[in-house]
Design a protein around this ligand. Structure first.
Ligand code: FMN
Length: 471
């Protein structure tokens, strides 16, 4: 699987539209993409971007069906089902990536003075108040931990700062930042490769909150075959063999540059708006790209965009994996809704087996690595409700939840500085949390009697359905 095969499969499924009319990279492209996404429309391949000869793909992960295509899974699955499969496939073993001598990504190599990122690719500007053009929205950065030798993939937005430099927003506390600090301590620049356009599964892996193995190897375990990588002769970093575009260079931990602002996935600019914030910058030394490279971009803005779908999917998968690893019994489903900007709320469905079981699950969620970062609310429901069945979840909140009995408030938890709800005068790194137990307490001896359909009558009605004349 590579991006081209993904595009082919989406098109075959009627889930991708080619736009042949001329479209401006300046706002028009991003606006079409957002407006189509708000209507649950298809992925878009812009083939005629003003001033450029190469295409831009947007809206790739706009629906669960397209995520299933990317994952090579059943296209009838919900996001929750897909995340469960991911969890099962990655829990025990991963398939190591495999080196190959060459790959289509090496079809074109541009070096040194010949690099001009503005001229080479149809990089969009998304919103009028953005600080510039963003080459990295569907992107991930590959770096190596100088102490352990481990490879890390992380998705951090990237702005074109000049012809050869991209601003990279690696937020505080991310593994990418911790690795960068190690290079700083060593007095070295950090070699890095940014990948734009590749097997969509690798982009998903790059967005994982915490990976227990190399993201390349995790992707291999989902595919069932190793990810093919080319080792760069310059930096020794692995580059996916079928990537569309790879920008290779280095980040100087002592030379940050002004980047932003950029409309965030919360639907707001962060409090960097109107200020000059210095961020790491990738000094690009080499550009590799396939012939006719596809520049992959996400939509941007308030939920739900493909970014929220991706965040929700990867966080559901890692949260579920974390809970499985904690060996908590009875967990039937887990869900981080895309509408919660793909990260702020988590829901779990549990088959209760002991008093306090639902509370156990609620507390466990905010103790996991995924749940402890930015999750503000947890809802626990009984196992008759699937975690992604929002109508029934709200029913449970209405008829099984009692605010005084069923609520835990936690004052301090790790947050994201991008949360617009946090006091701008605070350091914006700490959030409070709420755990809402919307289950009927296990220990109640007398439980409310639920209304249920009579099974015999249901069977009879089903057998006579056509006689009633109801479609
Ligand atoms: C589309 C998208 C954009 C993202 N943008 C950023 C970003 O600009 N900065 C950031 O620190 N994290 C961003 N994230 C979240 C990180 O990718 C995620 O936290 C990942 O785990 C970081 O990798 P690391 O922990 O290995 O550093 C983004 C995620 C997605 C899906």
């Amino acid at each position: 699987m590579d991006l081209r095969e993904f595009i082919r499969q989406c098109e075959a499924a009627g889930d991708l539209k080619r736009i042949t009319a001329e479209v401006d990279w300046n706002l028009e492209l991003s606006h079409i993409s957002k407006m189509v996404e708000e209507k649950n429309g298809p992925a878009l391949l812009f083939e005629n971007v003003k001033g450029y000869n190469t295409p831009v793909l947007t809206g790739a992960f706009g629906t669960a069906k397209r995520m299933a295509i990317a994952l090579g899974m059943n296209t009838d699955y919900s996001m929750c089902d897909l995340a469960r499969e991911w969890m099962k496939l990655t829990l025990d073993k991963v398939i190591p990536a495999q080196e190959t001598g060459n790959g289509p990504v090496m079809e074109n190599v541009i070096e040194g003075d010949n690099i001009n990122l503005f001229n080479s690719f149809p990089v969009p500007k998304f919103y009028p108040l953005d600080g510039g053009r963003y080459i990295g929205t569907a992107v991930f950065l590959i770096v190596r931990d100088p102490e352990t030798g481990e490879i890390n993939l992380g998705t951090y937005r990237m702005q074109l700062l000049d012809e050869k430099t991209c601003g990279v927003q690696i937020l505080p506390g991310k593994r990418g930042e911790r690795i960068m600090k190690k290079y700083k301590k060593l007095g070295k620049k950090m070699p890095a490769v940014a990948i734009i356009g590749c097997d969509p599964l690798l982009f998903m892996a790059g967005a994982l909150m915490h990976a227990k193995a190399s993201e390349f190897d995790i992707a291999g375990s989902i595919r069932g075959v190793p990810t093919e990588i080319v080792i760069s002769e310059h930096t020794g970093l692995p580059i996916p063999a079928t990537a569309e575009i790879a920008l290779e260079g280095e980040i100087d931990p002592n030379n940050f540059r002004a980047e932003g602002p950029f409309g965030e996935y919360t639907g707001y600019y962060s409090d960097e708006f109107g200020k000059e914030i210095l961020k790491p910058a990738l000094e690009v030394k080499r550009v590799y790209h396939r012939n006719n490279p596809v520049l992959w971009a996400t939509s941007v803005g308030r939920p739900v965009t493909d970014v929220h779908m991706l965040l929700a999917f990867t966080r559901t998968a890692t949260l579920w994996s974390d809970l499985e690893a904690m060996r908590i019994p009875g967990i039937k489903s887990v869900y981080v809704p895309p509408e919660s900007a793909g990260r702020f709320w988590a829901i779990a469905s549990v088959q209760q087996r002991y008093p306090g079981h639902a509370a156990h699950v609620g507390n466990a969620i905010i103790s996991t690595t995924t749940g402890s970062y930015g999750v503000k609310g947890v809802i626990v429901v009984d196992d008759d409700i699937k975690a992604d069945d929002m109508g029934r979840v709200f029913w449970a909140l209405s008829v099984r939840y009692d605010p005084l009995r069923s609520t835990e408030l936690i004052k301090r938890g790790r947050s994201t500085p991008l949360d617009p709800a946090l006091d701008p005068k605070s350091n914006k790194l700490i959030t409070s949390r709420i755990i809402m137990d919307a289950t009927l307490p296990y220990e109640w001896e007398e439980k409310p009697v639920e209304i249920k359909l009579d099974e015999e009558t249901v069977k009879k009605v089903q057998s006579r359905w056509s006689e009633y004349g109801i479609d």
